[in-house]
Design a protein around this ligand. Structure first.
Ligand code: MTE
Ligand code: LUZ
Ligand code: MOS
Length: 762
């Protein structure tokens, strides 16, 4: 198995990030002044004390922005630096540029801000009731929900509270800008979206896009957190570098990164589900209140994906799904692996759990009865094709012996009073394609040098997920050469224009397909060139293991000979490929269409042991059957599945964002925000791949990045299962289910601490 291309660099500590490159002479350092108030009108903003400090070169506020103070990616009205109001604690109001990072940070404290404070709202239900929206709420519907409820045997209603999640990328946000001749600037940024950064920098500076060059080598993790929110910091350094004519760097301190940037959106939701006696779901009515934070950012797109995934892997003939982006005085929440899908899936899984409990049925039985099959229709109008829901489920049941696991759990529970085991199955179905159709395009630039080595540039950003490894594998396989010959270049806006963010799990799909178009163009030229030389037809020629074959028969033309021959004969050794996903469309008036090229399926079985006296729990095992196409690189896929699962488990169990009453993030460091470590993860983690050719993916592959996170939802229901084995009560759906909440859920009535929600936070 060939390794992740970055593995040797990472393990030797040689990987270069934005601030690891040698600092240019005279480079200055920036630090950001965040609002100390969550909501209010700015009465006074005085930077004079900061400006007077030794070593401070400049302090910039909104007034200094040469172009437009606007960075909204979807909706307008989002500012880089606050003008007359602030909407959350940490909102950038100014930034200091100084000779050292330490001086810059100290000077931040010297900026005087006075604000006429306004009341704050942090709860999306309250914001909803007050009509505080980022944009108009939306509803997807299928069938006749009201009529269907009339004919149900069982109707169950409930509520969910779903917390957000800190991205916790190892590399905090950062950018370095270097002024070039004229008024051009080159900027190294840790962004998933170089073009979004280029566009925003240009708008902030009031210059055309081509004056700004963005270069991205790799990120120390993004997880969606740098899909849109890497932009701010790049804009600041680019603007400062242009004005001061000096290189400027900004590296966010972890505390600032956590306080200033948005997280996974917390959601509140209400559900009502109607079933027939046999367990068939007839109707589902769901209302989701997204805690969007103080500005739009990507919230409306995230909301859209919540609408798309509200029925997860289930066929529900009558559904009404309402979702509202609610404005609150928290950080503008943003993309995070799954992009609104996980929250929506938690709601439908809660509805199924509650229905199963009310009907005295096994949850698994009810889930299985309703799994999607070909020909079913999603509430957004797309017909289910190549469904793998039942196939993955059946495979998991058989491979991991679900019946045996269930029996063992029951036997354990029968013989243990204070510890209980619980089990849950979590099926997933995740749509692949950006839900904004226009984003589903990509290009690639391929060069072959005369020695036969290859350089590939695409719009794909390496954030650890392995896109460079995948692209190298794809280019090598298409050319029929060794992977070592292919170098994947940094992601640069001068080589690739107008790139979409590296997101939506679609980076390898889009950029890999673009790469194939470029390599094919060069291969076509080679075939045309070689046919008369070898005396055959072009389509008889292929290259395998660096040797030219004619109808599968080896010739004495090697890769290097072909390339050299092409060069001498003036045959172009470079090509540009452009790919646009075919066959996808969506009509937002009707809320119907075929938004996804395909879906990724899978099933996870999770088993836990809960200490029902203390609330502590261990995850015994998570066993997964995951639906992939033909694998491009097995190590990359396994890393994505295990990593996504770990992140999902953390979200559901340990990771708890806490704010104080003023809207200040209390869990703003690794000492107060608990992410899963190796000890929190199951000892037994097994992944079985189902590899079925996918016609949409490059070389038959399927996207892998986000879907596995949603397996993590299973742990919530496994813990609930164990709690119900201890005491069969109707526990709340309040994620994450921290040990504290388990304890209060089981014993809150005795301990007098009220219900579990009293210890939860926003
Ligand atoms: N894996 C690592 N190691 N680091 C990351 O930042 N981001 C995730 C996922 N896996 C991420 C990751 C997210 S949110 C997405 S959308 C995909 O990778 C993006 O990459 P892809 O489109 O190549 O799957
Ligand atoms: N980003 C985006 C995403 O802009 N559109 C999407 O549909 C999406 N989906 C998942 C993750 N990021
Ligand atoms: Mo991922 S949330 O699409 O960056």
């Amino acid at each position: 198995m060939s390794k992740h291309l970055d593995a040797p660099f990472h393990t030797r500590g040689e990987s270069l990030y934005v601030d690891d490159n040698p600092a240019p002479d005279g480079m200055l350092h920036a630090a950001v002044v965040g609002s100390p108030f969550a909501h209010g009108d700015i009465r006074k903003l005085d930077v004079s004390r900061a400006l007077a400090a030794d070593g401070v070169v400049a302090v910039f506020t909104a007034e200094d922005i040469p172009g437009e103070n606007e960075i909204g990616p979807i909706l307008k009205g989002e500012v880089l630096l606050a003008e007359d109001k602030v909407g959350y604690i940490g909102q950038p109001v100014a930034f200091v540029v100084a000779k050292t990072p330490e001086i810059a940070r100290e000077a931040v404290e010297l900026v005087d801000i006075e604000v006429d404070e306004l009341p704050i709202v942090v709860d999306p239900r309250e914001a909803h009731a007050k009509g505080h929206f980022i944009d108009t709420p939306r509803t997807f519907s299928l069938g006749d929900v009201d009529a269907a409820f009339e004919n149900c045997d069982v109707i169950v209603e409930g509520e969910c509270e779903i917390a957000g999640q800190e991205h916790l990328y190892l590399e905090t946000n950062r950018a370095r800008a270097i002024p070039e001749e004229g008024d051009r600037v080159k900027c190294f940024s840790s962004t998933q979206s170089p073009y979004a950064v280029q566009k925003s920098c240009a708008r902030i500076c009031g210059v055309p896009h081509h004056k700004i060059e963005i270069d991205v080598k790799r990120l120390g993790g993004g997880f969606g957190g740098k899909e849109d929110q890497a932009t701010h910091w790049a804009c600041m350094v680019v603007m400062a570098a242009r004005i001061l004519r000096k290189p400027v760097e900004l590296v966010l301190h972890r505390l600032d990164d956590m306080q200033m940037t948005g997280k996974r959106h917390p959601y509140s939701a209400d559900f009502k589900i109607g079933l027939r006696e046999d367990g068939t779901i007839e109707a589902f009515d769901c209302k989701m209140y997204q805690n969007s934070g103080a500005a739009a950012d990507l919230s409306t797109a995230v909301l859209e994906r919540s609408l798309f995934h509200a029925t997860n892997s289930y066929a529900i003939p009558n559904a009404r799904i309402y979702a509202a982006p609610c404005r609150t005085n928290l950080q503008p929440h943003t993309a995070f692996r799954g992009f609104g899908g996980p929250q929506a899936m938690f709601v439908v899984e809660s509805a199924l759990a509650k229905a199963a409990e009310a009907m005295g049925m096994g949850r698994e039985e009810l889930q299985y009865e309703n799994l999607l099959t070909d020909g079913d229709v999603f509430p957004y109008g797309q017909t289910v094709e190549s469904a793998q829901a039942k196939a993955c489920w059946d495979d998991a049941v058989e491979t991991f012996d679900l019946a045996g696991m269930r029996e063992a759990v029951e036997a354990y529970n029968a013989s243990h009073d204070t510890t209980k085991k619980g089990l849950a199955v979590m099926p997933i179905c995740f749509g692949i394609s950006f839900t904004k159709i226009f984003l589903n395009q990509a290009s690639a630039l391929v060069h072959i040098y005369t020695d036969g080595s290859v350089s590939v540039s695409t719009g794909g950003v390496e954030m650890g997920q392995g896109v460079t490894t995948n692209i190298a594998e794809i280019a090598a396989a298409e050319f029929g050469i060794a992977r070592e010959r292919c170098k994947i270049e940094s992601t640069n806006t001068t080589r690739i224009a107008n790139m979409s963010p590296s997101a939506a799990s679609a980076t390898t799909d889009l950029n890999g397909n673009a790469t194939i178009l470029a390599t094919n163009e060069i291969l076509d030229r080679f075939r045309t060139m070689l046919a008369p030389e070898i005396d055959c037809e072009p389509d008889q020629i292929s290259i395998v293991d660096e040797t030219v074959l004619v109808d599968g028969e080896e010739t004495d033309w090697t890769w290097e000979k072909v390339v050299n021959h092409a060069y001498i004969n003036r045959v172009g050794l470079s090509a540009h490929g452009f790919y646009a996903t075919p066959g996808i469309h969506f009509d937002t008036d009707e809320e119907k269409g075929r938004p996804f090229a395909y879906h990724v399926y899978g099933t996870a079985i999770t088993q836990v042991t809960v200490d029902c006296l203390r609330g502590r729990y261990d995850i015994d095992t998570v066993r997964v059957v995951h639906d992939l196409g033909r694998q491009i690189n097995e190590v990359v896929d396994l890393g994505q599945i295990e990593g996504g699962l770990a992140q999902g488990l953390g979200w559901m169990t340990l990771e708890e964002l806490a704010y104080d009453e003023e809207g200040r993030l209390l869990s703003n460091a690794l000492s107060t925000y608990k992410a899963p470590d190796v000890y929190a993860l199951p000892d037994d983690m097994q992944v079985k791949m189902r590899t079925i050719d996918n016609p949409s993916g490059p070389r038959g592959s399927k996207a892998v990045g986000e879907p596995p996170l949603m397996y993590g939802i299973g742990v919530y229901f496994a813990i609930r299962d164990a709690m119900r084995a201890f005491a069969e009560r109707d526990y709340e759906f309040d994620a994450p289910i921290t040990p504290e909440k388990v304890l209060m859920g089981l014993h809150g009535h005795v301990l007098g601490g009220g219900d579990a929600t009293s210890v939860s936070s926003t």
